[in-house]
Design a protein around this ligand. Structure first.
Ligand SMILES: C[S@@+](CC[C@H](N)C(=O)[O-])C[C@H]1O[C@@H](n2cnc3c(N)ncnc32)[C@H](O)[C@@H]1O
Length: 334
């Protein structure tokens, strides 16, 4: 029997939103890796350049300067806390109460006073008036909601006419060719261990996520599954191994998420009321390339100089249409 069918029969996982399966259980959604929010900006680090390019992307593509900006699903406060200096005001809404308190704590620690964060139960209407935001950003979050198309409807409703939504997302194409099924282990705060299992149907653009929690430390669960650290070979997640862990199971949950490709997002965005919908190149991508073309001596070496250097380049990149097949970021104008 297929392992997912066996788990369904044996553990009867409760259907829950991703916030309950994943985001409520994380002290930091980014593993405290975000530049500026958690780590000093490092001008010699290509990832930090990409992050900067991405921040400029969200700020410039939405023309957020001086505006009231909605960040849907900010996680640890990204990009809200990074674009707050450009915006008039940033409002973050997250379906995970824990993420909201982490965002608020990060804002306070960074001395950011024009960003507020609010919890909105997954699947519910946003607690904002129609046309009440000048811009909306959503970074890898809409596909985590129970009904991404309905979420887009809400984002369109609260955006003022002429305002822009900038959307990044995880499409499943990157997993096709052997990584559709994946497993990883995760040590939870209370000493228990969660095994996350993914079964991605890349053509159908859906992913089944199953979370089994064991009342055992990660090393013990890992030993049974032959894991090294967080990585578990999916092929080692067998009925036999899970049967040995069965007495230690304290919780079982699952959810199915939709992961649209660019074409699907574009169709939905048009259907829910956006006028112009354009897939474009991204600031992160171009900033990474710029970093790679400059020698160490040529590279600007402070955050301010990097911003000044990247700003016009990112401004051009985000206006350039990108091929739909690459699943690029999307700008949608209401
Ligand atoms: C992959 S994380 C992205 C976080 C952040 N935007 C970033 O790029 O680092 C997805 C975020 O969406 C949030 N989320 C999931 N379902 C949601 C929902 N129904 N409503 C609002 N936020 C949701 C999660 O709690 C999480 O913060």
């Amino acid at each position: 029997m297929d392992i997912f069918s066996w788990i369904a029969e044996e553990f009867m996982p409760e259907i829950r939103p991703t916030t309950a399966l994943i985001y409520d259980a994380m002290a930091s959604q980014s593993g405290e890796a975000l530049p500026i929010i958690y780590r000093p900006f490092d001008a010699g680090h290509p990832g930090h350049w990409q992050d900067r390019g991405s921040a400029l992307d969200f700020a410039l593509s939405t023309r957020c300067e001086g505006q009231r900006v909605l960040d849907f699903g900010p996680g640890d406060g990204w990009p809200s806390l990074i674009i707050a200096p450009y915006a008039g005001e940033v409002v973050g809404v997250d379906g995970s109460a824990r993420r909201v308190s982490v965002c608020a704590a990060n804002a306070a620690r960074l001395g950011i006073t024009n960003a507020t964060f609010h919890h909105v139960a997954p699947g519910s209407r946003l607690p904002f008036d129609d046309n009440s935001f000048g811009a909306v950003v959503a970074a890898s979050s809409v596909e985590q909601t129970p009904d991404p198309r309905a979420t887009l409807t809400e984002l369109c409703r609260v955006l003022r006419p002429g305002g822009k939504l900038r959307l990044s997302y995880e499409s499943l194409k990157r997993y096709s060719g052997g990584e559709e099924r994946e497993a990883w282990l995760w040590a939870l705060d209370d000493g228990s261990t969660r095994l996350m299992l993914y079964d991605r149907a890349t053509e159908e653009e859906i992913a089944l996520q199953v979370a089994l929690t064991f009342g055992l430390p990660r090393d013990e669960v890992g030993r049974v599954l032959g894991a090294s650290g967080d990585a578990v070979a999916f092929s080692d997640v067998t009925q036999e191994a899970l049967s040995r862990l069965l007495p230690a199971v304290v919780d079982a949950g699952a959810c199915t998420t939709r992961h649209p490709s660019c074409g699907t997002w574009m169709r939905w965005l048009s259907e829910v009321g956006f006028g112009l919908v354009v897939p474009t190149h991204s600031g992160a991508e171009i900033a990474g390339r710029v970093f790679g073309t400059l020698s160490e001596d040529e590279r600007p070496d402070t955050l301010e100089r990097i911003d000044a250097y990247l700003r016009p380049i990112v401004a051009i990149a985000i206006e350039l249409p990108a091929p739909v097949e690459l699943d690029p970021m999307i700008t949608a104008v209401k």
